[in-house]
Ligand binder design. Structure first.
Ligand code: ADP
Ligand code: MG
Length: 273
């Protein structure tokens, strides 16, 4: 089925990074299989620092696996990922897999925030404690500094009155906003979002997207997997359409969303728009 989809060999890299600046994320030739299932099939992507990249595509396209590869949660079989110029993982030749030491992986992961569809908050910690936990545990901040910053971040996402609430007492939209504040707590240069609004009741989607829009353009690089085409249109610098493990098409939202070149992109958009 994959081969029935005509894909140009090299999708144009539109998010060109100015000379002398490291790309926030540079993905080259990344391939990943689970058994016989090739989930990523030669992915190339360059993300400019401070830009917002929205990844769209059908279920099973490999979007989550791509995010997990950027965050070291999956190892590419071939190709490499660099975050801020630092190598995430590389297999240069068949038997020469250069892996980073675990310590380096953990240090890099601390520079990357991750927001999941299912919030993944600690249920036994308050909103404030959820946000303060990592900075305090990693020694990045004293306990009181971590709590102070957590209160600031929760205020930023509109939850100043919920600092002491436990996740079970918060709506899905509020929980996801806590999760975004938590992802920001270590001041990461890069935040990955994997369908952050897919588990929410429709009336709660807007409040989470509003927080993400505020975050866009503040200097943090965002990569967002979402089906919210309106968000892509308003907030994205680059929209990437993935299908069957490949980037089929990428470019500015107006081009990819309003004038898609590839039939597969048109077909997908006609279903979600
Ligand atoms: P998407 O996020 O675009 O829906 P995924 O990256 O989650 O796609 O999954 C792509 C394919 O990889 C799917 O067929 C999925 O079943 C498979 N897959 C993902 N993770 C694993 C895993 N850990 N083990 C086996 N198969 C997996
Ligand atoms: Mg997914």
């Amino acid at each position: 089925i994959r081969d029935a989809v005509p894909v140009t060999d090299a999708a144009p890299v539109t998010d060109a990074v100015p000379a002398g600046i490291a790309a926030a994320v540079e993905i080259r030739g990344v391939t990943k299989s689970f058994g016989a299932n090739r989930v990523l099939d030669g992915v190339d992507l360059t993300v400019c620092p401070g830009h917002v990249t929205v990844v769209i595509g059908p279920s099973g396209a490999g979007k989550s696996t791509l995010l997990r590869t950027i965050n070291h949660l999956e190892k590419p079989d071939a190709g490499y990922v660099r975050v801020n110029g630092e190598l995430i993982g590389v297999r240069q030749q068949k038997d020469h897999f250069r892996e980073l030491p675990e310590r380096a992986i953990l240090a890099q992961r601390a520079e990357i925030g991750f927001v999941f569809q299912s919030f993944n908050l600690f249920p036994h910690l308050t909103a404030l404690e959820n946000v303060a936990a990592a900075p305090a545990a990693t020694g990045r901040a004293s306990k009181s500094e971590a709590r102070e910053r957590a209160a600031e971040l929760l205020t930023l996402v509109g939850l100043a009155d919920k600092l002491d609430a436990y996740p079970g007492r918060l709506s899905g939209g509020q929980q996801q906003r806590v999760a975004i504040a938590r992802a920001m707590a270590l001041r990461p240069g890069l935040i990955l979002f994997d369908e952050p609004t897919s588990a929410l009741d429709p009336e709660l989607v807007g409040e989470v997207l509003a927080v993400m829009k505020d975050l866009a353009g503040t200097g943090t690089t965002l990569i967002v997997v979402t089906h919210e085409i309106g968000f892509a249109r308003e907030a994205a610098d680059t929209v990437v359409f993935m299908d069957a493990g490949r980037i089929v098409e990428q470019g500015p939202p107006r081009r990819v969303l309003d004038h898609p070149e590839h039939p597969r992109t048109r077909e997908f958009l006609s279903k979600v728009l």
